[in-house]
Design a protein around this ligand. Structure first.
Ligand code: AMP
Ligand code: MG
Length: 318
């Protein structure tokens, strides 16, 4: 049984698992989260693998307080007002990352922005204190399933994928957090949730936009609210090798000789390692001034599905 009642001892155990790169499920006031060390690319890759998502979307990073958030991201005056009003609580702020932000590229899906939240649930707060880490925490359910509001829901979906489920009873809000882009002067609601539009408008002096709504030119498609990182360099998929002038994105042990820029996502052919390296590899090769990035085939199983989804989008420049 992976479910344990949350106590100071089991929270301490969960923190140790997180620091070791393992995954634990924990209650927040919104829904149960599937937590991993947000600075550890392999832990973040394991989150995507456990959820079985066929694509990578950026995850919300949970921190203990606004001070911890400001070490990861630039808090605009608007962000400071929203944080003062709603943190701790069910509000995630999308902000520009600090230049030295230690968060794994995979957690933000390679974006220059990051969604951060300070949860209010006492167990989530105790876990953040004990782990002393930013915790990436999407909802603890398999992809396509509903968000879990009890430890038993988590166990049914992910019991065999997490080291520990901290049981804190039913989550009080039961709705996801509101995601607000606070990079500018006007809040833009990217996803409705536990904090209402009226609450946000009140704090922001009446101004608020809804992504995809009539009052904004910002597009949003359901489930894909984040703009995605795409390299500017052309991507050539299913390459057997790279020609002179190209950069090579390799995978596995059998790599053709290439004198130009090259990154191997995983020389051992490990898809978790490849996922953890994907976005930084694309950035490195994008900056190499190559005519194209030639990408070797990657098996379309497990995390390979999400890796190939991202590469196909990049090839279409999405
Ligand atoms: P979840 O972690 O499953 O509750 O979902 C995270 C939500 O936050 C999704 O709707 C993401 O699209 C959104 N999100 C996370 N990071 C960003 C970001 N950097 N920019 C825009 N949206 C984001
Ligand atoms: Mg979810």
């Amino acid at each position: 049984m992976t479910i344990v009642k949350a106590t100071p001892e089991t929270i301490h155990d969960a923190a140790a698992i997180l620091r070791d790169g393992g995954l634990v499920a924990f209650p927040t006031e919104t829904v149960y989260g599937l937590g991993g060390d947000a600075t550890n690319g392999r832990a973040v890759a394991a989150i995507f693998a456990a959820k079985g998502r066929p694509s990578f979307n950026p995850l919300i990073v949970h921190v203990a307080d606004a001070g911890a958030a400001s070490r990861l991201a630039h808090l605009t005056p608007l962000a400071r007002r929203l944080a003062a009003a709603f943190w701790p609580g069910p509000l995630s702020l999308v902000l520009v990352k600090q230049p030295d932000c230690p968060i794994a590229d995979l957690a933000t899906a390679g974006l220059d922005t990051i969604a951060v939240r300070v949860p209010a649930h006492p167990i989530a707060r105790a876990l953040l204190q004990a782990a002393d880490l930013p915790i990436a925490g999407p909802s603890a359910n398999r992809s396509g399933h509903v968000s879990p509001t009890t430890a038993q829901h988590v166990d049914a979906d992910l019991g065999d994928k997490v080291a520990l489920i901290l049981d804190g009873g039913a989550t009080p809000v039961g709705l996801e957090s509101t995601v607000v882009d606070a990079t500018g002067g006007t809040p833009v609601i990217l996803r409705p949730g536990g904090v209402t539009r009226a609450d946000i408008a009140r704090v922001a002096g009446g101004r608020v936009e809804i992504a995809g709504g009539e009052e904004t030119s910002r597009p949003a498609s359901p489930g894909m609210l984040a703009r995605h990182y795409a390299p500017a360099t052309r991507i050539r998929l299913d390459a057997r090798g790279a020609v002179p002038g190209e950069a090579l994105l390799a995978f596995g042990a059998q790599v053709p000789h290439h004198a130009g820029p090259m990154v191997n996502l995983s020389p051992g052919g490990d898809l978790v390692e490849a996922a953890a390296n994907l976005f930084s590899a694309l950035r490195t090769l994008d900056a190499a001034g190559a005519t194209a990035i030639a990408v070797m085939p990657i098996p379309d199983t497990g995390l390979g599905e999400a890796i190939n989804d991202r590469l196909r989008r990049a090839a279409r420049n999405l």
